[in-house]
Design a protein around this ligand. Structure first.
Ligand code: SF4
Ligand code: FES
Length: 252
């Protein structure tokens, strides 16, 4: 397959960026999008040109490192799935494909298609943890957890922290991300001791990083590779209201 690429090139955050045309020819339909970019980069290197910088790590949809906006969609057109799980057979032969970085104010650009998503790490550092001793694995039945709660917590825990939700949101809101992290721990007894402070701190950190609020456009849910449901945002709002009530009642 042959493609015409329009790739965002920008030397650093201070430089002006622009879309640059590249040809990607003789690409296997079974190549992943990232493998196609690898091939383009090899050809650039052979010509003595600077390769395109982009992020990836696991290349199997679990680490959340890959982060491309393809033809205007975070993670490209094949939802649900991370961009490392996108294959060239999903495009038309001869298609022009526009490749840009995730664009959201809290994700400053580093180079080309690489953005700094450490704002998400700082939101997690604010409260996305439990303080129970992390020793050897406890006996499996020592803390009984109702199956529906365990299943729901597992669904929330599937978030891979990619940031596509914020990149796709017109408000650059990270509510789906924070909702997944808060809900995962709020649903389990292990997360109970810090349940109140966690949500207050994580929402405060989210605001401090410059993420916007949710206005129910559901773009986040549409692009999420882990299929995190927007209903977790309602859970986050309930957790936040509960925490504020407990704090004002002097219970936390
Ligand atoms: S909620 Fe979905 S889109 Fe947002 S960071 Fe988690 S996996 Fe990525
Ligand atoms: S490279 Fe790990 S999720 Fe895409």
């Amino acid at each position: 397959m042959n493609f015409r690429l329009k790739v965002w090139r920008q030397a650093d955050a201070k430089s002006k960026g622009k879309l640059v045309n590249y040809d990607a020819n003789d690409i296997s339909p079974n190549a992943s999008f990232l493998e196609m970019l690898d091939i383009v980069n090899e050809q650039l290197l052979l010509r003595g040109e600077e390769p395109v910088a982009f992020d990836s790590d696991c290349r199997e949809g679990i680490c959340g490192t890959c982060s491309l906006t393809i033809n205007g969609e975070a993670h490209g057109p094949d939802h649900p799935g991370a961009v490392c799980e996108l294959y060239m057979r999903k495009f038309r032969d001869g298609e022009t494909i526009t490749v840009e970085p995730f664009r959201a104010r809290p994700f400053p650009l580093i180079k080309d298609l690489v953005v700094d998503r450490s704002a998400l790490d700082r939101v997690v550092q604010a409260g996305g943890f439990i303080s129970a001793r992390a020793g050897s694995a406890p006996e499996a039945n020592s803390i009984p957890i109702p199956k529906p709660d365990a299943d729901l917590a597992m669904e929330a825990a599937a978030c891979i922290g990619c940031g596509a939700c914020a990149a796709a949101c017109p408000n650059a809101s990270a509510m789906l991300f924070a909702a997944a992290k808060v809900s995962h721990l709020a649903l389990l007894p292990q997360g109970s001791p810090e349940r109140t402070t966690r949500v207050l701190r994580m929402v405060r950190a989210m605001d401090a990083e410059g993420f916007g609020n949710c206005t129910n456009t559901y773009e986040c849910e549409a692009v999420c590779p882990a299929e995190i449901s927007a209903s977790f945002i309602a859970k986050l709002n309930r957790e936040y209201a509960r925490a504020n009530w407990r704090r004002s009642a002097g219970e936390a």
